[in-house]
Each structure stands twice: as C-alpha cells, then as structure tokens.
Design a protein around this ligand. Structure first.
Ligand code: IMP
Length: 382
C-alpha cells in the first residue's frame, strides 16, 4: 500500500509537474492526489511535444489517471471548470474526484488578495480563502450549487484509502515548496498552506503509516517568486542568464523569477522537515556553459557559522552565504545527457557534491522539459 509524496524542496517551481508526470508512468501509478494550495500553483507539462498548462488538476490527468483534489486545497470553481473544459476540448475527459471538504475561493477572496503589496502573492485569493477556513466562516465545495462541479465531488479520503488497501500506488503531488510552508517556511513570506510532506496526510485524510517514499524535487540552482529572504540570490548578469536560459518566468503570473545559486543549508532543512528519501534534481542543463558554479555550503551570521537553518526570516535575510566553487562544464547535447558515461567529470562532481553535503541520494536527473529528458541514477521503488 505504498503512498509516494513528491514535494518541492525550495521555493516552488522546481519542476514537480514533470517529475510527477514521469513517475506516474514509470511506477504504474493510477491515482494522483493534490493536498494543498489552489490555482496559485501551475505547471507546464510537455507530452510528445504537446504543452499542457495546469493549475488545479495534477498532470496525471493527461494519461487518464484518477486525479484527486484533497480537502487541504482551496478551489476557485470558475478556474477549475475552465481547466476541465480545456482538457475536454483536447479530447481528455478528466477522471476527477474533488473533496467536498475543500474550501471555495470566492470573488471576495480575490478582491482582498489584490490589495496585497507586502508578500507578492499570486492574487488568486488563496490567503483570504484559507483565512476564512481557519476562522470557520468559509464555504466548502460540498455546499456549492453547481451541477457541473458536483458530478466530480466524492470522498477523497475513502477512495485513496481503498486504493492503498488494494496495494495500488498513490502519488501525492505537493504544490509550491518547503520554504513557502505556512509554518516551516520563511514566514510571513509564504503561502497559506502546509506545503511539506506532512501536509499530504492532513490534506487528504490518509495516515502517515501509508507513506512509503518521499521524494524532494530540487532545481539545480534556486529561484523564488515574490518577496522574502533569498540568501544566494544573484542580482547580476549570472542571475539574468539563469533566468533567460531557464525561462524563469512564473507559470501562473508570468512574473520574472529571482534566481541564485544552489543552497545546501536550505536543502538540508528540506531533507529534515520532509524526511526526504531522495532528490530529483531538475534543470541541470541550464547550468551548462557556466565557467564556474557556486554552491552555498553554510550560512554565516554575526561572524559565526550557523549550525542549523534559521527559523526566523529576519535572520535568514541577514545571513552571508559561504560558497564552495566548482568547475563548470560546456554545452551538452541531448544524446550526451542520456548517457551518463559520456558526461564530463564536472557534472558528476556537481551531483556527487550535493549528495555528499545533503547525505541524500539524487535518484533522478532532469535535463529538459519533456518526459524523455530524464535520467535515472538509482531505481525508484516504493
Ligand atoms: P499566494 O500563494 O498567492 O498567497 O502567494 C504567497 C507567496 O507564495 C508569494 O511569494 C508567491 O509568489 C508564492 N507562490 C505561490 N504559489 C507559488 C508557486 O506555485 N510557485 C512559486 N511561488 C509561489
């Protein structure tokens, strides 16, 4: 009865959608569940050259998998319905089950969110909808009077547990990333839900006992959209080139993403709060052509090296990253990426350095947007 959680290890936009898409096929997964967030998330999945942009529905829907939207989500019915219609127009009839316990994003929530100037939210009404949920004044999906939506409503917890009890693999797809978690992220510069692996259980009604594997998706560098501390941010030409080469513009809002070097203290924090078994390292191809690469190995604060990740965003804002400098590698063609024996030694070194510093295996390497642009270093077994 293995449950597998895929979670973002940084500030979101790590490429979770593509990794979910890949694993759904390779692990023969029939059920994919989202457990938090709403249409603040968004991912683009490329299947056989065809581009799909999704905000609520997990990418497994494209392959006819049963997709669940858990109670931990907040749902904008108009956006969800137009996503369903968009899929139908392309010949995909989504197999969808929406929890009646998920909360509804209303016009009032969107209007309130538009007033945000501090956090740099996606202005989709996410925070205000969760605020109403916690204040016990919110409206739940089960109360909606919309015949089109109600045909998809079902008991997500029951269905997922039935599937797990029949020994079916269930994949839980996290949205956003660990550092945007409402409790464990860089508060107040966070989203309004529990993005970490633990959220999968509360956000769907599945016991932690049923989770067998937790994979953290990490970009080979770091990006962040919106305000908040970002110790390894690059505001120079290298940052601009990562943005251009990595097409680092938000899927949901189109905003340019802030870019920076890979941050090991952040990844180690993510390993800890999520209990990561392995990493999937994405967009490594974007680093090709750089003469040297920096990896932040520690933070200094007030002249001292911190021995754990700061819980206070105000401290994180002031830390000084300590860097290890690694040699870069030249441009690589796709064929070479597919064959690790042909990789320049600098690529192996970059990957192995991260593994050593995080004490976590990097099992999947992604070097392009397509499902086929993926290299498996260790067999994934739930
Ligand atoms: P909200 O989730 O719209 O309330 O925005 C809160 C913070 O989370 C802002 O900094 C957003 O930019 C960020 N955020 C929300 N969703 C995503 C995402 O899917 N990727 C990256 N950042 C996100």
């Amino acid at each position: 009865m293995p449950g597998i959680i895929i979670v973002g290890s940084q500030f979101g936009d790590e490429g979770k959608g593509k990794i979910v898409d890949y694993l759904v096929e390779t692990l023969n997964i029939e059920h994919v569940a989202r457990y938090q967030g709403g249409n603040n998330a968004g991912h683009t999945v490329v299947v056989k050259g065809e581009k799909f942009k999704l905000h609520n529905i997990p990418s497994g829907v494209i392959h006819g998998k049963v997709c669940m939207l858990g109670n931990g989500m907040v749902i904008d019915p108009d956006v969800l319905l137009s996503e369903i219609k968009g899929l139908q127009a392309r010949g995909i009839d989504p197999k969808l089950i929406i929890s009646p316990l998920a909360h509804v994003i209303t016009q009032k929530h969107k209007d309130l969110d538009r007033k945000d100037t501090k956090i740099g939210t996606t202005k989709r009404g996410i925070g205000p909808a969760y605020a109403d949920k916690i204040s016990r004044t919110g409206m739940r999906v089960g109360e909606l009077n919309n015949s089109e939506l109600s045909k998809y409503i079902g008991d997500v917890s029951l269905k997922l547990n039935e599937a797990l009890d029949k020994n079916k693999n269930v994949l839980f797809e996290g949205a956003q990333g660990t550092l945007l978690d409402i409790d464990h992220g860089t508060y107040p510069y966070v989203t309004s839900s529990n993005t970490i692996a633990g959220g999968a259980c509360t956000g769907t009604g599945v016991s932690p006992k049923k989770i067998k594997l937790i994979i953290g998706v990490a970009k080979a560098y770091t990006t962040r959209v919106g305000s908040g501390p970002f110790p390894t941010e690059l505001t120079d030409k290298t940052g601009d080139s990562l943005r251009e080469k990595g097409a680092e513009f938000g899927t949901t809002t189109g905003r340019p993403r802030r870019c920076g070097w890979l941050d090991i203290p952040m990844l180690n924090y993510s390993v800890r709060v999520n209990g990561l078994d392995a990493f999937a390292l994405t967009k490594i191809d974007v680093l090709s052509g750089l003469k040297e690469l920096k990896i932040c190995t520690a933070y200094e604060h007030n002249g001292k090296t911190l021995d754990s990740f700061p819980t206070d965003a105000k401290v994180l804002e002031k830390v000084k990253p300590v860097y290890e400098i690694l040699s870069g590698w030249g441009d690589i063609n796709l064929e070479t990426w597919h064959n690790s024996t042909k990789w320049p030694k600098e690529i192996h070194n970059y990957i192995e350095t991260i593994e050593k510093l995080t004490r976590t295996p990097i099992s999947i390497i992604s070097f392009g947007p397509g499902r086929e642009d993926t290299f498996i270093r260790h067999k994934i077994k739930a």
